[in-house]
Ligand binder design. Structure first.
Ligand code: TXA
Ligand code: MG
Length: 369
């Protein structure tokens, strides 16, 4: 990726290729900006964060304004070490400690009772706070330099796919931040697993790279919130305000297609493609490599007069890890292809597949075949 899109070099730090740990010292300036109430875009292992001093209510308000986020949707506080935890959370149980112990640093957020030090605006008015210790070294060094917990939602305008590379994010938020740290593409690509422990049982409020199976192994029990794959009704009570809002949506119409049997899945997708073509519409298919290869073979002769293809095909890789890494970038890219319909292959909702299906269902506005 070239970074020619960055206009103001004074507010951009390129840490895409760190060869020596001394390069983390360059984060001192960004740490000062956070401490002094500014907004900083920074990488984590999941998605990029739009960060501010999590103990400074005025700084945190800027996050909500920049994203256009509802004020009742709380933010996650990011910490660099376990000493920071005691300042922001209290009454932590053994089960909660064992989960943090197992999954930190990493893509795991836990909802805890907050202390008075955490401004109400961070918590969206609740008496709890989401806490995460990221494994990304740039993120943790940034927190160390700022010496405060960093409040950070995913870096995107509310409702849009989360940002996993600076180029995508710059277009949406570049002019609203004081500083930008480029750490290249995020490794995981979907946001952290969010968990709240109730009566000793972990409830997954948002699925992510840390799976239900892994949580169950630590806590002996796990409950997957019913809203993770189910559509929210107008009167539904939610444990996490984020569940209420529109998410990850491209502007183009999307449909999610799933079947346990892959050849049935291919046929279902083929029917939709053929239907589009018969109506002179252009479809785009996002799918795993095996299926991308199949559709490329089937539709290789479907060329327009100008030799451009009538069917766009995005290969999302060979594994669930590949798929989660490219999901948001591909949704944005697909949206720019000027097609009539985006057709997305679903996956079995186990392991990381649960997080993928949770994001895709929302991206497709529950339009499932
Ligand atoms: O991977 C991630 O978690 C990324 C990176 C930047 O760390 N952050 C992220 O933040 O995805 P955000 O704000 O986009 O999503 C946080 C989710 C929201 O759905 C929010 O409602 C929920 O976590 N959440 C935060 N605090 C909560 C709380 N106290 N109680 C219930 N849900 C909470
Ligand atoms: Mg988000």
């Amino acid at each position: 990726m070239n970074n020619s899109f960055v206009i103001d070099k004074d507010k951009y730090l390129d840490l895409r290729d760190i060869k020596n740990v001394s390069e983390y010292l360059k984060l001192e300036k960004a740490g000062q900006i956070i401490k002094n109430g500014g907004l900083v875009l920074f990488p984590t292992e999941t998605v990029y964060g739009l960060g501010a001093n999590g103990l400074d209510a005025e700084a945190v308000k800027k996050i909500y304004t920049a994203k256009g986020r509802n004020s009742d949707n709380p933010l996650i506080l990011h910490i660099s070490d376990i000493e920071m935890l005691g300042k922001i959370a209290k009454d932590i149980s053994d089960v909660e400690f064992s989960l943090m112990n197992a999954f930190w640093p990493g893509p795991f957020t836990i909802i805890l009772n907050k202390t008075d030090l955490v401004p109400s605006v961070v918590a969206g008015g609740l008496d709890t706070v989401g806490v995460r210790m990221p494994s990304n070294e740039i993120a943790r060094n940034l927190i160390k330099f700022s010496n405060v917990p960093i409040a950070a939602p995913s870096a995107n305008i509310s409702g849009r796919p989360s940002g996993t590379n600076i180029e995508d994010i710059y277009q949406e938020l570049g002019d609203k931040v004081d500083y930008i740290i480029d750490g290249g593409d995020c490794n995981i690509g979907v946001e952290s697993t969010v968990v709240r422990v109730i009566d000793g049982v972990p409830h997954i409020l948002r699925p992510g790279k840390i799976t239900a199976e892994e949580i169950q192994e630590i806590a002996g029990n796990v409950i997957i919130d019913k809203h993770i794959l189910g559509k929210l009704e107008a009167d539904s009570k939610v444990m996490s305000p984020g569940m209420k809002y529109k998410h990850y949506a491209p502007n183009t119409k999307c449909v999610l297609v799933y079947d346990k049997d892959n050849s049935t899945l291919q046929n279902k997708i083929k029917d939709i493609i053929d239907n589009c073509l018969s109506q002179k519409q252009k479809p785009l298919v996002m799918c795993l490599s095996e299926n991308a290869k199949y559709f490329k073979d089937v539709y290789s002769k479907e060329l327009n007069k100008d030799n451009s293809n009538n069917v766009e095909i995005f290969d999302m890789g060979v594994s669930l890890d590949d798929m989660s890494k490219s999901i948001f970038t591909d949704l944005r890219k697909a949206d720019k292809c000027n097609v009539d319909l985006i057709i997305i292959q679903g996956v079995s909702p186990n392991g990381l597949g649960l997080a993928i299906m949770n994001r895709l269902l929302r991206a497709c506005n529950y339009n499932v075949i």
